[in-house]
Write a protein that binds this ligand. Structure first.
Ligand code: AKB
Length: 316
């Protein structure tokens, strides 16, 4: 069967790299990039592109009718920090965008749907270390609330309608190709840019803030691995815990100093993202992903730092 794949939110931090990876595997013309914004050169010139707002159901319906996708990746969302600046929009986009796609996937018999969740589904009363798949979940950001509700909808559509929907709870994703999208973990990308261009960085999270993170190469590989897994292996239809590497700003700075010895890190006070970070896990137990579909990250802190600096250096 020839796969026809829609990626909604294709211009974002994940979409930019996912479209490239999917086009490599499935053929350029079989992966349709969709976004509300004009795409960058690579996406526009390597395959089909459509302007789509996931909240406009009629337009979405036309896109499903035109391409009859076998797989849909819904990445369009407002993240934790920008979501707090516009809570109603975050709820509308993150929730109704998902429901529109789940409904159309049923109508058009889409074989598989992918939707990302996040560590933001956890909250102040969730265990902080090796946070398990199943535990207290009391998110206190609109982003986290929408992701937790979305997870319940995904499982509901799977159980009620047999929809093959798959999901991962992403940690902070670190990458150099596209800019991050307004999250609490974005400091871990900005720090690399500023280390190279200024030799210093002022972190909006404090020195002790340990958060789960992952290099984008691992995230893309894991996402495609989950989507390629036999359906019978997927025991979780809400969203899988997904672990990479955990570190604080201080530990990341020490790693960067191995390559840029004069790099200095300072801290800003009173940033609203600190409270969000304080409510999130420090590390993740992803044993279900390991057992069900063989997940294993390849990038540790040192390998990720070398790769980020090398790629950003040639870009700058
Ligand atoms: C954010 O910081 O909001 C995201 C996430 C962890 O989902 N990077």
């Amino acid at each position: 069967m020839i796969e026809k794949i829609l990626v909604l939110g294709s211009n974002g931090q994940i979409g930019t790299e996912l479209v490239t990876a999917l086009r490599k595997s499935y053929g350029e013309s079989n992966v349709v990039a969709c976004d509300i914004r004009r795409p960058d050169y690579d996406i526009k010139n390597s395959g089909p592109f459509e302007f789509v707002n996931v909240l406009e159901k009629d337009i979405l319906n036309n896109i499903f009718q035109k391409y009859k996708p076998t797989q849909v990746y819904l990445l369009a969302a407002l993240l934790s920090a920008t979501g707090e600046q516009n809570p109603k929009l975050a709820w509308d986009l993150n929730m109704n965008g998902l429901l529109n796609i789940l409904d159309l996937a049923i109508t058009y018999k889409t074989a598989k749907v992918y939707w990302p969740s996040s560590i933001a589904v956890f909250g102040p009363n969730s265990p902080k270390d090796a946070t398990p798949q199943y535990c207290v979940m009391d998110p206190n950001t609109v982003y986290g609330i929408s992701k937790l509700a979305g997870e319940r909808w995904c499982e509901y559509y799977n159980q009620k309608f047999g929809l093959d929907v798959r999901s991962i709870r992403y940690p902070g994703l670190i990458s150099w190709k596209a800019a991050p999208g307004g999250g609490t973990t974005d400091y871990a990308i900005h720090i690399f840019h500023d280390a190279l261009t200024k030799g210093s960085y002022a972190s909006f999270l404090n020195a002790e803030t340990e958060l789960p993170m992952m290099y984008m190469d691992d995230a893309i590989r894991g996402t495609i691995q989950l989507m390629d897994a036999e359906s019978s292996k997927i025991s979780i239809r809400s969203s899988y815990n997904f672990g990479g590497v955990s570190f604080t700003p201080e530990v990341l700075a020490a790693e960067i100093r191995k390559h840029i010895p004069d790099f200095t890190l300072t801290y800003k006070d009173n940033d609203p993202r600190q409270a969000i970070a304080n409510s999130w896990p420090r590390s993740i137990d992803d044993s279900f992903a390991q057992k069900d579909w063989g997940w294993k990250p390849e990038f540790d802190l040192s390998k990720m730092t070398v790769d980020m600096l090398k790629n950003l250096q040639s870009n700058h």
